[in-house]
Ligand binder design. Structure first.
Ligand code: DOR
Ligand code: ZN
Length: 480
């Protein structure tokens, strides 16, 4: 028998590969969407295509666990094609899309429809979130069967006005999700506090951008994180704190981790790069939930990333139209702004400024998200056998954000005019260029796949199972 010579689909030569603990010059061979070999140029197999990455860095593509691509429901803001094009330009190879679309993703039918839309339009891989609320309580198993990356629980109201479950409902929902092992991502802001404050401020006629922050002080987030952590500890549910915006949230997060709660956290570029000092110039554009806060929050949030209390960087990419972001009365301005395309350039620039390494960035943007959602090492790693999800980055390139030139349909962000010193030049998803030389690869539309099927989470460890709502309301044989 003669052995067939292996011919790779692609070899990338001359780049500096960045892993979570090292940087080294190596070639990467790719075949059938996976990494076939990493090593000396001379050791690479023959290939159909060769790319020279001399002078560039090769990073695992970023995994953004928090985007809103608005599809179906709000095409003027974004759709799955434009949102994933923005991801491709940002070196992001997997996104987790939030369920506050129209309809919201709270039952199997809506989920199946979103899967169809995403698989037809996506340029990058994706996971879909489902709502965890009173409306979806009866649908938890059907949603998992339909293919989700995890659940999203809105403890506070935001765009889409998905009702916040009461603490009573949350406990029951956590009890139901705990044995499934799925992670519950939390919009951790306590609704009752915000509603009360907003109503009072509005009644007084206050309409300025900073009034939005006044309605949502850090205690709103801190109380929600603490309460959710207690429910997670009691039930054994896995949770993830979205968009950490304040130093005050770090204590309940660190305390819960120390108690052994399976809790993870993300922060976003807006909480590291923007502050109350930017409200006057940016006005409604900066309005986001949770709000951008006082500058003294930035350093503790950064340190929490460095020490691992915060696990990862996500963006909360939340596009709205120019008209929706420029209304005078702050309460009528839609909350959020795009971020999936600008995260990597801006955060690589910030990491450099603060003395963090490219390896640190890879941990925050790729390795940790993949690990916390059971996608590692298929995703989030440059290892033999991993999916060839790759961002090839020029870390010496000056780039200025220009809202008009972004891929997102929403041409308005607070990043406009910001300067970065790094830029992804090519992005590959499972071995295929989706963005090459800063050009979208048209044939990549529809290449993206759902990642829910590759989840390998550790065994679930539900707690206090004898006292769950289901257990205490089970009819005893005597009743029958
Ligand atoms: O500002 C925000 N906008 N925060 C959220 O939690 C939701 C998002 C949106 O969907 O617009
Ligand atoms: Zn969000």
């Amino acid at each position: 028998m003669t052995s067939e010579k292996i011919i790779a689909d692609l070899v990338i030569n001359g780049g500096v590969v960045v892993s979570p603990d090292a940087e080294y010059t190596a070639s990467i061979a790719i075949k059938d969407g996976k990494i076939l070999a990493i090593g000396e140029r001379e050791a690479m197999p023959e290939a159909r295509e060769i790319v020279d990455a001399s002078g560039l860095h090769i990073l695992p593509g970023a995994i953004d666990v928090h985007v809103h691509f608005r599809d179906p429901g709000y095409p003027q803001k974004e759709d799955f094609a434009s949102g994933t094009a923005a991801a491709a330009f940002g070196g992001v190879t997997t996104v987790f899309d939030m369920p506050n679309t129209l309809p919201q993703i709270a039952d199997a039918k809506a989920l199946a429809e979103k899967h169809e839309i995403a698989s037809a339009k996506a340029h990058v891989d994706y996971g879909l979130y489902a709502v965890l609320g009173e409306d979806s309580l009866a649908n938890i198993d059907a949603l998992i069967e339909g293919g989700i990356i995890g659940f999203k629980c809105y403890m506070g109201n935001t765009f889409g006005r998905i009702p916040s479950p009461t603490t009573g409902a949350m406990l029951e929902l956590f009890e139901l999700v705990a044995p499934t092992g799925k992670r519950i991502s939390l919009h951790a802001e306590t609704n009752s506090v915000m509603e009360r404050r907003e109503a009072r401020l509005r009644a007084m006629g206050k309409t300025e951008p900073l009034d939005h922050l006044a309605a949502r002080p850090a205690v709103v987030a801190t109380e929600a994180v603490s309460r959710a952590a207690i429910l997670a500890e009691w039930t054994g549910a896995r949770i993830h704190v979205l968009h950490i915006s304040s130093a005050a949230e770090l204590r309940p997060l660190a305390d819960a981790k120390a108690r052994g709660v399976d809790i993870t956290g993300e922060t976003c570029p807006q909480y590291l790069l923007l502050s109350t000092e930017d409200y006057a110039a940016k006005r409604g554009v900066i309005r986001v939930n949770p709000p951008v806060r006082e500058p003294e929050n930035q350093e503790p949030i950064w340190q929490a990333l460095v020490d691992g209390t915060i696990d990862m960087i996500a963006t909360d990419h939340a596009p709205h139209s120019i008209e929706e972001k420029t209304r005078e009365d702050i309460w009528t301005v839609d909350c959020g702004f795009p971020g999936v395309e600008t995260q990597m350039p801006l955060m690589l620039t910030e990491a450099k400024r603060r003395g963090a390494s490219l390896s640190d960035y890879v941990r925050w943007s790729a390795e940790n998200p993949a690990k916390r959602w059971g996608l590692f090492p298929k995703k989030g790693a440059l290892q033999v056998g991993s999916d060839a999800d790759i961002a090839i980055v020029d870390t010496n390139r000056s780039w200025t954000v220009d809202d008009q030139a972004l891929q997102s349909r929403a041409k308005i962000t607070p990043w406009d005019g910001m300067e970065a010193t790094a830029l992804p030049v090519h992005t590959l998803v499972r071995g295929r260029f989706v963005m090459k030389d800063r050009t979208l690869q048209d044939d990549a539309r529809g290449w993206g796949q759902s990642v829910h099927a590759i989840q390998e989470m550790p065994a679930a460890e539900p707690q206090n199972v004898d006292g769950t709502m289901a257990a205490v309301t089970r009819r005893s044989p005597i009743d029958d």
